[in-house]
Design a protein around this ligand. Structure first.
Ligand code: SAM
Ligand code: SF4
Length: 336
């Protein structure tokens, strides 16, 4: 089947999958250096190689015109980008957009949660890998747990429709905190998802040495809670379970142990304007030069996005047995 946009402006790839969800990384910079995500001495991009906020809005508007209904803003840490709030306000007003969401490490939320909610952000994902301040520091290298906990409280006060914690499980780092983290989510009345570590970018440890399968995490949780499988799906790699008599859903994002590619509905855009068709593959289209070479004409950009549907790969091939990373770019570049 040929890639196409259907008459109702839907992006459909050559395997018949509709792409209606984009994740846009607005910066590669971050105020943390999580051990699974970055190296300690990361070198960040010079300003001129990063999309301006105006370019980000133009890009998102073009995707929304092509039928994309859901946009996730991510990074790096999106909320450390200067004037990020303006971007949320602009995107939040785009006609045709159903859902604006953000993934953040929570460090800036105490100040920004209410303004994000007011800009139209409906749901928020906050990364939290440990409830122990010292350990939190070890995983993030420079992060302050207390700030993040205050950020979570600010998000609750701002009344997002859903708040979800994202936890990357790592053997020897936080694999003994699984139940404590779910207890915390239950007490807060929020969701939590466990993520299997992905081999993105060169880090200080081998990924196989820290890998914890979500099946193991699920089995452990089943010794403590009744978990009822839920049919909910976001078209991505997550499976959800409910804990009866609570607001909390427990998700498992399992790129290794459960293949999710046949229902993939998303593409990712880096802060350099590269459109990656798959998190685990190198296939990409450079959109920045189209934004910059045709400042007043969206047609080439539109054509490139439609054309990209022809090269969206069938799936990723993460393999923990490989010594080298599956893809050399870090998650902070592609946007998680
Ligand atoms: N800075 C924000 C944050 O941490 O939430 C947004 C960007 S971060 C790259 C997005 C998500 O990717 C976070 O939940 C993080 O834990 C996750 N992540 C980063 N590197 C990862 C890896 N190698 N494997 C699995 N998840 C990863
Ligand atoms: Fe920063 Fe998020 Fe990567 Fe941690 S996971 S280093 S908070 S971008």
């Amino acid at each position: 089947m040929l890639a196409q946009t259907e008459s109702n402006n839907t992006l459909v790839d050559r395997y018949g999958r509709t792409v209606d969800y984009i994740r846009l990384s607005i910066t590669d910079r971050c105020d943390f250096r999580c051990v699974y995500c970055m190296s300690e001495d990361m070198i960040f991009l010079p300003r001129e190689e990063v999309l301006s906020l105006e370019e980000c809005v133009r890009l998102v508007r073009t995707f929304v015109d092509l039928g994309v209904g859901k946009v996730r803003i991510t990074g790096g840490e999106p909320l450390v980008r200067k004037n990020a709030l303006w971007l949320f306000q602009e995107i939040g007003q785009l006609p045709g957009l159903r859902e604006l969401v953000v993934t953040t490490n929570g460090s800036q939320l105490e100040q920004q949660a209410q303004a994000l909610r007011d800009a139209g952000v409906r749901r928020i994902n906050i990364s939290l890998d440990s409830l122990d301040a010292e350990r939190f520091r070890k995983i993030t290298r420079i992060g302050d747990l207390n700030k993040v906990l205050k950020g979570i409280q600010a998000a609750k006060a701002a009344k997002f429709e859903r708040i979800k914690l994202n936890t990357v499980m790592m053997r020897g780092f936080n694999d003994d905190e699984t139940i404590a983290l779910v207890d915390f989510a239950l007490r807060q009345g929020i969701d939590i998802s466990f993520i299997e570590e992905m081999p993105l970018g060169e880090v200080d440890h081998t990924r196989a040495s820290t890998y914890v399968s979500n099946d193991e995490t699920l089995k452990l949780l089943q010794t403590r809670y009744i978990l009822v499988s839920s049919a909910e799906t976001t078209g991505g790699p997550a499976r959800y379970w409910r804990i009866p008599d609570s607001e909390t859903r427990v998700g498992f994002i399992s790129p290794h142990s459960h293949n999710f590619c046949e229902s993939c509905n998303r593409v990712r855009i880096t802060c350099k304007g590269e459109l990656y068709l798959c998190l685990g593959q190198e296939d990409k289209v450079d959109l920045m030069h189209l934004l910059r070479n045709f400042p007043n004409d969206d047609a080439p950009l539109r054509e490139a996005i439609i054309g990209s549907m022809q090269i969206k790969p069938k799936g990723h091939d993460f393999d923990l047995r490989r010594a080298e990373p599956a893809v050399v770019r870090f998650m902070s570049m592609t946007g998680g």
